[in-house]
Design a protein around this ligand. Structure first.
Ligand code: THU
Length: 133
């Protein structure tokens, strides 16, 4: 996992900016582009709970908002301060399936456990753009 230490470190830094007064569960994320740009995100909650934005969605939306697309993305890290790994929720898996290539590395960590995965493993047989053709 040494290869991903930079995005893990940046994701843990972003986690410090989580706004999570309700769950008190802090998540950070960092997207690395192939031209070595970093885009971070943290979870931002709302009193109307359903309006919460997850960390990984904020990070990848930042990358896309800056003009990057799936083929430009090298890897994404998602980290938390929980006892278990913060594996992306169902909504985030659908978003990542749209915005990442199937085999883009997704690195998960909570400092004790680390796992390398990809969206093909997290959301097999997903519904996507090709189904609408
Ligand atoms: N959360 C994320 O930001 N990413 C994940 O992968 C799992 C869940 C957030 C949403 C909410 O603010 C808190 O964690 C508890 O669900």
């Amino acid at each position: 996992m040494d290869k991903y230490q930079d995005i893990l470190d940046k994701a843990f830094e972003a986690m410090e900016n989580a706004y999570a007064p309700y769950s008190k569960y802090h998540v950070g994320s960092c997207v690395l582009t192939k031209d070595k740009k970093y885009f971070i995100g943290a979870n931002i909650e709302n009193a109307s709970y359903g309006l919460t934005n997850c960390a990984e969605r904020n990070a990848i939306f930042q990358a896309y908002s800056n003009g990057y697309r799936k083929s430009d993305i090298e890897a994404i890290a998602i980290v938390s301060d929980g006892k278990t790994l913060a594996t992306p929720c169902g909504a985030c898996r659908q978003v990542l399936a749209e915005l990442l290539e199937k085999n883009t590395p997704i690195v998960l960590s909570n400092k004790k456990i680390e796992k390398l995965t990809d969206i093909e493993e997290l959301l097999p047989m997903s519904f996507g753009e090709e189904d609408l053709r």
